[in-house]
Ligand binder design. Structure first.
Ligand SMILES: Cc1cc2nc3c(=O)[nH]c(=O)nc-3n(C[C@H](O)[C@H](O)[C@H](O)COP(=O)(O)OP(=O)(O)OC[C@H]3O[C@@H](n4cnc5c(N)ncnc54)[C@H](O)[C@@H]3O)c2cc1C
Length: 411
């Protein structure tokens, strides 16, 4: 029987799982990776721990033009099946209480090492330092090229080359460009899970402060969501888990030039009234204190200073000199410190890329292009982006798995 020749472009999460699944007795699989080694983003993920999956994946964890696409794909590789797949390769997983899944070793290196060893065992040809820059289809065959010329001829090709997040780790628009050459359309790309840059300079006065806060996102003055978690003030704006969590939506709206603002509640879980009553207490019983000293009993000092600057109050004024109106103004600022978001911190600092190849032209059951038979897509190159928590790897693995299961069929 003639062997089916399969090419996979990209040795990231989606390409690696696809290479394992596509390799059968009747297939040869060439895995092309432009970097010197496979899985560089996996190694950098989860702060070197790789949050590889999540046990409770739902449609609400994704953004994209058609998120039902993600949910259909993810049904084909649920956590139990993924765990079994990993166990077969020798990779053990650890499920945390919140549903996040990590390698049992707690090291991202385990994931890449195990994939590498298993691909070697299966005799997948791994071609590192080999970017694919063009794909041509003639009759039923695909020819792959780069600047050095023809790389090979294949029956089926999977584009699993990711998109623009973290270019320093190999991200490129090559896959999207190759999709365009087959008539596919792209939705505009934007950085996701990314720090945000803010208007003005006030935030710089809080640089280095990390605290728990609740962050609400406003677009054209309409509230679009709120998250609770860490915020870190930086020299360009804000970072931290809560910021990353709200950033994909912020970035999506920034790309269409909407007015995007964040409102920071500096005292989440505490009643406004309670803070008002503590200020009233200070007015009565701690009359000699200046207002900054009073606020510094509630907030980090740099933040307390910034609150007062924002509303134009002299930090040295004694608390007894305030009237109820100005006390109310201070309390309001502590619960609703607003900043306009001017930009994201860019693709270099983004964990994921939103937008990408439109899913309309991809068959959800097979991941095959509806425009070019034998051409497949998986992972971040598609217009699907997940929330933090293992959801991006979950989609990359599930889509690579679905694509390769179909590619390996001999008909
Ligand atoms: C710092 C960081 C931390 C992250 N942490 C997590 C996490 O803990 N959990 C989570 O779920 N997600 C995380 N992510 C997101 C996750 O890594 C991606 O969503 C996922 O890797 C996407 O997989 P992919 O296979 O589609 O693309 P990629 O992993 O980007 O793989 C694409 C591969 O294709 C290669 N390539 C590109 N162009 C070409 C070409 N022309 N020819 C050949 N090869 C090419 C690239 O070098 C790359 O190796 C993180 C991302 C970053 C940047």
């Amino acid at each position: 029987m003639k062997k089916l020749k399969i090419a996979i472009v990209g040795g990231g999460a989606s390409g690696l799982i696809a290479a394992v699944v596509a390799k059968k007795e009747h297939t040869t699989v060439d895995l092309y990776e432009k970097n010197q080694s496979i899985g560089r983003k996996i190694l950098a993920s989860g702060n070197g721990r790789c949050n590889i999956f999540n046990t409770s994946v739902s449609i609400n964890d994704y953004y994209g033009e058609d998120i039902s696409f993600a949910s259909k794909v993810l049904k084909r590789l649920d956590f139990n099946r993924f765990r079994e797949f990993c166990l077969n390769m020798g990779l053990l997983l650890d499920v945390k209480d919140d549903g996040r899944v990590y390698p049992l070793s707690d090291e991202a290196k385990s994931v890449v090492n195990v994939f590498r060893a298993y691909l070697d065992k299966l005799n997948v040809n791994i071609l590192t330092n080999t970017p694919v820059l063009e794909i041509e289809k003639t009759d039923a065959k695909f020819t792959l090229f780069n600047d050095d010329g023809i790389l090979g001829e294949y029956d089926k090709v999977l584009i699993a080359s990711g998109l623009l997040a973290a270019p320093q780790l190999g991200a490129s628009k090559d896959g999207a460009n190759m999709a365009l050459s087959f008539g596919h359309l792209l939705n505009p790309v934007y950085p996701a899970l990314v720090p945000l840059e803010l208007d003005g300079t006030l935030f710089r006065r809080m640089e280095g402060v990390k605290m728990k806060a609740s962050i609400a996102l406003y677009v054209d003055n309409k509230k679009k969501g709120e998250v609770l978690g860490d915020i870190l003030f930086t020299k360009y704006g804000v970072s931290g888990f809560a910021v990353l969590d709200i950033s994909s939506q912020a970035s999506f709206y920034l790309k269409s030039s909407r007015k995007v603002e964040i409102s920071i509640n500096l005292l989440p879980g505490i009643e406004k009234q309670y803070i008002g009553s503590r200020l009233a207490f200070a007015q009565k019983n701690l009359k000699e204190y200046d207002i900054l000293t009073v606020l510094s009993g509630m907030l980090p000092l740099k933040v307390a200073k910034a609150v007062l600057i924002k509303i134009g109050i002299d930090a040295k004024e004694t608390v007894s000199s305030f009237n109820s109106k100005s006390i109310k103004q201070i309390v309001n600022e502590m619960f609703n410190m607003r900043f306009e978001v001017t930009a994201t911190h860019g693709f270099k600092y983004a964990e994921a890329c939103g937008g990408g190849v439109k899913t309309d032209d991809i068959c959800v059951n097979t991941m095959e292009s509806k425009l070019a038979k034998g051409l497949y897509f998986a992972g971040e190159v598609l217009d699907i982006v997940g929330a933090r928590g293992g959801f991006n790897f979950a989609f990359a693995f599930a889509s690579g798995y679905v694509a390769a299961s179909n590619m390996a069929l001999s008909t």
